[in-house]
Design a protein around this ligand. Sequence first.
Ligand code: GLC
Ligand code: CA
Length: 546
Amino acid sequence: MENKMEWWKQTSIYQIYPWSFQDSNGDGIGDLPGILRRLDEIQALGVETIWFSPFYESPGEDFGYDISDYTSIDPRFGTMADCERLIKEIHKRKMRVVLDMVMNHTSDKHPWFLESKSSTTNPKRDFYIWKKGNKKAPNNWISMVGKSGWNYDSKTDEYYYSNFLSFQPDLNYRNPKVKKTMLGVLDFWLQKGVDGFRLDIFNSIYKDEQFRDNPFSFRFFPTPDNHDEAFFQKKQYNLNLPESFSFAKEVRKHISKYKHKPFLIGEVSGSDQVLKSFLGEKADGLNLVFQFELIHFQYKAKFFKDLLEKNETVFPNPYTPTYVLGNHDQRRYIDRLGGDVRKAKLLVCFQFMARGVPIVYYGEEIGRKEGRLSNFFGKDPIAKMNRFLPLFLSNLLGIYINRDNCRLPMLWDDSENAGFSNGKPWLPVGSFQTTDTVKVQKKDPNSLWSHYQTLFHLRNNLGVIRDGSLKTIETENVDVLCFERENGKQTLRVYLNFGETGVRLDVTKKGKVLYAFGGAEIGETILLPAHSGVIIDVTGKKSLKK
Ligand code: GLC
Ligand code: CA
C-alpha cells in the first residue's frame, strides 16, 4: 500500500555498531567487509534503514566518536571502496544508509585541533573554543560527563572547551568557516548517496556567546533524556541554546536540496519543549529526534498508555515520534526485563505498532544480553574515568559507567566466537547458548528474532502502521493496553496484556487476526494470557501473508 507521507516518517532503523557486528579479517574488530557479508540477513529481518555508528578515521579513544578525518574510512574497518560498495549493496536491497555525524567535536588528534593548539595566532585557532583563564577555568560549565568542560593548555596559557571528554574538543560554530566546512562534510557523504545523518550530541553545538555561568540546580544525576539539569547545574548556557535550534533548521535546509530526500535524526535531550524546538515550530528543524522514554520504561500498561497519549498531544502529525529501547550508550533492555523474552515481545510489539519510527540496536532482535565487565578494566573512556567505582555500586546508583557491556559482539552462530571473528574479539563474546544465536532463532517461529521479523514485515506491508493515526482505547482491565491505528482505509487494534494473569475481553468488533503471540486466542472473546498480545484488523479487509 503506497502513501504520500515522507519515507523517513515511515521507516524503521537498525543501528550497527561496526566494532562488534562482524569481523572479516581475524583482527577481532568488526569491519565493513564483515557487514557486507551480513546484509542479506539484515534484509531478511525486514529492516529499512541502517544507521552506522562512526567508522571514520579516529584514534578510537571513544571508539569512533572522536574523529580525526571526516571524509575517510578508518583502516580498522576497511577502505573508501568498501564503504562505497556497502552503500551500493544496501541500496540494491532497497534499504537506506544513515551515517553518524559528530559535528559537535573532533578528536584532539584531528589536524585542525593540532594546528589550533599550536599558537593563539594560528588560522585554525578559532575553529575551537579557546579562552583565557587567569589560573582557573573561565567559568563554571560542567560537561556532559560531570567535570569542568575547560581544559588547560600550558603552551598558549588558555583553556579549550569540551562538552564531552577532554580529548573531544568542541568546534566553534560561531566561526562561519567551521559551519561551512562541516556542511561541506555532509555534502561529501550525501554525494556518495547516504540517506541521512544521526547527529551526535546536537544539543551541545552552540555555547553561550558571553560565557555566562550556569545557575545552580538541586539535581545531580543526569538521565538519558535529561542532561540539562545535572551535576548541580542547570545547563542553561552550554546545552540547548536557541542558536542550536536555529542551526537545526539551517542544516535541514542545506540537505533538502538533495533529490533523494535525506533526513536528520538528532541526539538531543531535554524536556519535550526542548525536543520540539529542535524539530522546529513548523516541523522545519531536525526531521526526527531520539526519544528515550522507553529506556526507563515501567512494565505497566499505564506507562505505555500515558506515553502514547503524551506523544499524540505533544508531537502530533506532522511530528513523528521515535521509540528507542537501547543503543551503544545504554544498558540493554532485555537485562532490564530480567531476560524475560515474553515481556520483551510485548515491549517490541508496542515499539513497532505505535505511530512513529522504531529504532533497534543490533542484537536486540536476539535478546543479546549485557556483559558483566567491571568498570576497572573498561575500555570505554567513561569507565576509565570512573574506574574505581565498583560495578555493583554504579548499578545500585542506577548509573551506567562501562558501556563496553552493551557493545559485546553479535551472536551469529555456535562456531568459534559466535561467528563474530576467528581472532580474539576486541571485547569478549561471553557465555551464550545456541538458542541465543541468530542462526538458531531464525529457524524457530517462536523466537524473539522471528517476532521482530514478523513486526518488521507487518510494518513494511501495511501502510496503516506507517501512516495511520493513533488513539488509545479504554479496556476493562488495567493491565491491558489497547490502541487503534487508522488511515481511512484500514483500522487495526493492538491488545497487549502486561499483567501476571490471563484476561478475557469482550469485544464487539471482530476482524482478522494479523498476529497473535504469547498464547493469545480470539473467538467470541479475546483470551490474553499473561504477557501476550494480538494485532487485529478490525476492518478485516486485508490480512498478512508472510
Ligand atoms: C554520544 C554518543 C556517545 C559518545 C558521545 C561523545 O552521546 O552516543 O557514544 O561517547 O556522544 O561523542
Ligand atoms: Ca576486522
